[in-house]
Design a protein around this ligand. Structure first.
Ligand SMILES: Cc1ncc(COP(=O)(O)O)c(C=O)c1O
Length: 436
């Protein structure tokens, strides 16, 4: 139990942090009231904070850790690499090996480029789509989070007063000062609504470079897209000379070759990140060779010059390759089964207790909503002030019960977890929901 009445080491650290970091943090996701907790160390699925309190980590650094913390094989591979060097202006064998491994997991990853974040991967994917098609516009799902790139973030924070009609969702900027001209180059479509989405795409048919799609967008409700929606978007892009860009920055961990294997489609480009870095900052743009070759500097006409000081960093790729090799089909099945059991048991306790809540998710992730029925799009997933207030109470309760969740009340599983950790999560969620 956290004793909020005593001044803590975290509280003093936060005092210092506020003087030098905006809001006292480097990423808004770690902010909590009255102050963030500061990590001291972590191993397996447990993190210890500077107060010495240990918690089970169901956030896994925002879904980026497949094996929890400090997996022995990852640590020793990285340590070996560090003693040989951490960054060189020379090509490395590890980038070939890593690319070969990713290609062996998904036949659609014919060629790829490595970058340092999911934001950069999405940005690179959109620029590649523009370079390949010679078109400027992109389409994206309302509310979907794809990182910080101006175009990709449009509408991510839209609310009832700004989002407009469902037939024509507004392109709502996130950052103040976003160039208004850019907004007209982003077509916002509703999630899981093929008819409305296709009608909107049709209005810009000759101008769209691509549709950017996450098949299980976290902020849109963490519900896997219906197959007919994904297929309708794929068919539309093919028929209209546009590309399909899948954002699998989170969802790649859902299946051996990514969540795209849930559907009978093949994207032109996939943006990857998070889990493929083995705990280090990473991103990748992977796709059809013909499309990826817009980045080929040996081409007669280089359409998209692409570079980055730390791209394909050997430490990152060593960690990533070692983590992915450990994430074989059995490991994927094991954590997906744990998440399925948690989803089923939490849903059953919600029903038995008659609480206003529901569960969504797929693969190794699930999200609890304080809503009667699972939301089908961003507008339905949007939190009312009352839901936000109660969600915060629930998250604080879970925290005090020794569980770290993603702050939407989302849990992410890792191979470092045991069935007893799942039991603990289900029990704490059940009692937390009943108390609301
Ligand atoms: C679906 C999705 N795309 C892109 C990103 C951006 O990745 P990064 O935070 O590594 O820039 C995120 C991050 O949460 C994400 O969830």
């Amino acid at each position: 139990m956290t004793d909020h009445s005593q001044p803590s080491k975290s509280a003093s650290l936060y005092d210092r942090a506020q003087r030098v970091l905006p809001g006292g943090v480097s990423r808004n996701t770690v902010l909590r009231d009255p102050h963030p907790l500061y990590a001291a160390s972590a191993t397996g699925c447990r993190i210890t904070d500077v107060e010495g309190v240990e918690r089970i980590d169901f956030s896994n650094n925002m879904a980026s850790l497949l094996h929890g913390h400090c997996h022995e094989e990852v640590v020793s591979a990285v340590t070996r690499q560090l003693s040989r060097g951490s960054a060189w202006t020379l090509a490395t064998e590890i980038e070939i090996e890593f690319a070969e491994h990713l290609a062996s997991r998904n036949a659609g990853f014919e060629k790829m480029r490595f970058v340092n974040s999911g934001t950069e991967a999405v940005m690179g994917a959109l620029k590649a789509a523009r370079a390949f098609t010679g078109r400027a516009k992109i389409a994206k799902v309302e509310g979907a989070y794809h990182g910080l790139y101006d175009y990709a973030e449009v509408s991510q924070t839209a609310g009832p007063s700004t989002w407009g009609s469902l037939d024509h969702p507004q392109s709502v900027p996130v950052a103040h000062g976003t160039p208004p001209k850019l907004l007209s180059d982003v077509v916002v479509i509703p999630f899981n609504d093929s008819d409305r989405a296709v009608a909107l795409l049709d209005e810009h048919a000759d101008e769209l470079a691509c549709v950017l799609l996450d098949v299980m967008p976290h902020r849109v409700g963490l519900r896997p897209a219906d197959a007919d929606f994904v297929e309708a978007i794929r068919d539309w892009t093919k028929a209209n000379g546009a590309l399909l860009v899948l954002d699998e920055v989170i969802t790649f961990r859902s299946e051996y070759g990514g969540a795209q294997s849930w559907y009978d489609i093949k994207p032109d480009i996939t943006a990857l990140g998070k889990a493929i870095g083995g705990g280090f900052p990473v991103g990748a743009i992977a796709g059809r060779a013909e499309v990826m070759d817009v980045m080929n500097p040996r081409a007669e006409n280089l359409l998209f010059p692409h570079s980055g000081t730390f791209s394909a960093n050997p430490v990152t790729l060593t960690a990533g390759l070692s983590a992915l090799r450990l994430f074989d089909q059995d490991a994927v099945n094991r954590i997906n089964a744990m998440a399925t059991r948690a989803r089923t048991e939490v849903s059953a306790s919600i029903e038995a207790a008659g609480v206003r809540a529901c569960v969504t998710g797929g693969g190794s992730i699930f999200r609890v909503h304080l809503k009667e029925t699972p939301p089908t799009n961003y507008r339905e997933a949007y939190l009312s002030p009352e839901e936000s207030r109660k969600l915060k109470i629930l998250l604080d309760y879970l925290f005090d019960e020794g569980l770290i969740m993603i702050n939407t009340c989302t849990a992410v599983f890792s191979t470092a977890m045991e069935e007893a950790d799942v039991d603990h999560l289900v029990a704490a969620l059940t009692s937390g929901l009943k108390r609301l």
